[in-house]
Design a protein around this ligand. Structure first.
Ligand SMILES: C[S@@+](CC[C@H](N)C(=O)[O-])C[C@H]1O[C@@H](n2cnc3c(N)ncnc32)[C@H](O)[C@@H]1O
Length: 204
């Protein structure tokens, strides 16, 4: 079995960003949730497992000055950097497995669309919960988007977990307060519906 990093590097070396099931032209729900979080323009924002997503472009367009994108795949981040051109210099890029991430400074906002749900081992989910707990300032926000209970149970040939509010809250523990929940039916490039849930948490 190939390891996690090899898996994702292979995906991004074989496919263009708009040929993957999770591709979005506009990360509409993420932007709505970010707007509800009310993160200031100079707040520290991280898109975890951001891949080649255009969320970073939209955040820069909106005037956010302190944006970090982390992904396990270097190839994914290279797509995003190439697309941004000179503007890529305004962003901090980190190649890391999120379950081994140890930031030197805390963030105001942590965004994760379709990354946490790949953590099918309890030990990895616990590591993630601990890391996100340490990485966010008290009063900061966590946006997590995952497949819904009636969503797919696989993505990119990997098993995933599906979440409703109760299950995601159980994974994250009492340091996080759910303040908003939303649903989205994502349509893949080959026109297949995928049910997502979006959760906005306050780091107490
Ligand atoms: C389904 S894609 C979603 C990409 C992006 N968030 C979006 O919405 O377009 C999952 C992304 O998470 C990255 N990833 C998977 N497991 C990871 C991990 N353990 N640590 C960091 N990134 C990871 C993959 O390389 C991939 O870019």
């Amino acid at each position: 079995m190939i390891n996690r990093k090899e898996h994702w590097e292979k995906i991004y070396s074989e496919k263009q960003p708009d040929q993957v099931s999770w591709f979005q032209t506009e990360p509409k729900k993420s932007l709505e949730m970010i707007s509800h979080a009310g993160t200031p323009k100079d707040g520290r924002i991280i898109d975890v497992g951001g891949g080649a997503s255009v969320l970073v472009d939209r955040l820069l367009n909106a005037g956010f000055k302190n944006v970090t994108v982390l992904d396990i795949s270097n190839a994914a981040l290279e797509y995003a950097k190439e697309r941004l051109g000179n503007r890529a210099e305004q962003v901090k890029w980190i190649v890391s497995d999120v379950t081994a991430f140890d930031p030197s400074k805390q963030f105001d906002l942590w965004h994760d669309r379709a990354v946490f749900h790949f953590l099918t081992e309890e030990t990895d989910r616990k590591k993630y919960a601990t890391i996100v707990g340490h990485s966010l300032k008290p009063g900061g926000h966590l946006i997590l988007a995952s497949f819904a209970p009636d969503g797919p149970n696989m993505c990119s040939n990997l098993n995933v977990c599906q979440y409703d509010a109760e299950r995601i809250q159980r994974e994250l523990g009492g340091d996080f307060q759910l303040i908003r929940e939303d649903s989205e039916t994502h349509v893949t490039p080959w026109k297949k519906d995928q049910k997502f849930r979006y959760f906005l948490f306050l780091r107490k």
